[in-house]
Every structure is written in C-alpha cells, then in structure tokens.
Design a protein around this ligand. Sequence first.
Ligand SMILES: [Zn+2]
Length: 211
Amino acid sequence: MQLAKFYAMTQYTALAAHIKADANLPTEYGNFRMRVFVDDEGSEHSVLSVGLDDSSTVPIVRIHSECLTGDAFGSLKCDCGPQLRASMARIQEEGSGAILYMRQEGRGIGLEAKIRAYALQDRGLDTLDANLALNLPADARKYSFCAEMLTSVGVDEVRLMTNNPLKVRGLRSNGITVHERVPHLVGRCKLNDHYLSTKQKRMGHLIPEQA
Ligand SMILES: [Zn+2]
C-alpha cells in the first residue's frame, strides 16, 4: 500500500513537471519567457509567454501549429507566418498572454506528407482533398497536451486567438475555460485565398469572405 501511494505521488509530480527548460527569449517583438515541454511521443513543444503572473487579467492565448514553410520560409500558400508574428505582437501589446508552439507540422500529418499534399495541390486539388487523396486526416491535432502545458504554466482561463472552433472545443473539453474567441485574421493574399476559402467552407473555420 505504501508503495502504491508512493507511485501515485511520483506520478502526480511527473504530471505537474512537464517543463523541461525555461529561459528568457528577447525577440524583435519584445521579451518573452520560453518554456519547453516534451510529450509522450518525444515531440518538443513550447510556451512563449509574457506576464502570466498577472492574475487581474485573463491572458490572450494562441495555439500555433508548427509550419516550417510558413513560419521560417515565408510561404504564401498559407497564413501561418503572418499569424504567428501578429500573435507575438498582440501578446506584447496586451502585456499578458502566451503562444503554444506545437510541433504538429501540417495540421499534425508531418512535413513529408504536407509537401506531398502540396504536390497534389500543384495539380489542382484543394488542401482538404489533397489530404484525403493521401489517406491523411484533414486535421490530426490533439489538444489535451496543450491544456496540460497551460496548466503547467498556471493558466486555466484564456481568451483564445483563433478562427477555428475546433481549438475552442479542444481546450474546453480538456478543462480550460475559454472566455472569448478573439478572431485572428491576418496574412490573406492572392496565393492563399483559395486555401483560406477551403478552411472556411469545408473545415468550419470562421473566416469572413473578405478578411
Ligand atoms: Zn502554414
């Protein structure tokens, strides 16, 4: 019995101790605190935050899925790069908030599969049909680890910066209170217009026709 209790306690401690590294990160948008987490599959995710100790305000939070092509290469096929940079600026402006940077490339299907889907898009398929043609799910992301990361940095209530109702539901069903959905509309251009229309018409994203 004593042993069982001990294991229960260590397990509890492990669940609360997901933070693997913690440091300051000065950026061109301002100073952030960066905390790194590793999930059960060994993927490294991070929380980039400002002012979470201020309990007088509900922090503004963005869940951003890694997009190598958009975040690092400035791809115009999607709106990820501008969305990431706008959320960094917005969080600095508000003084309390966080970005959960999740290593789930291509809505969770991985880089190789994403670029294969791009090849199909080069031949005329839209973002959803390309995934379906490769037998890949349209959206393979999971939100339970996001909720665990938020809990670990002391956040259980958020205002969520997103156009995707799935993210709101994903956090709520994992115990996080979402007070408000803050629309996040930046980076629309001629090249990604069709991609954004597909997200709106076929994947339930709340994006006005002319963003
Ligand atoms: Zn992208």
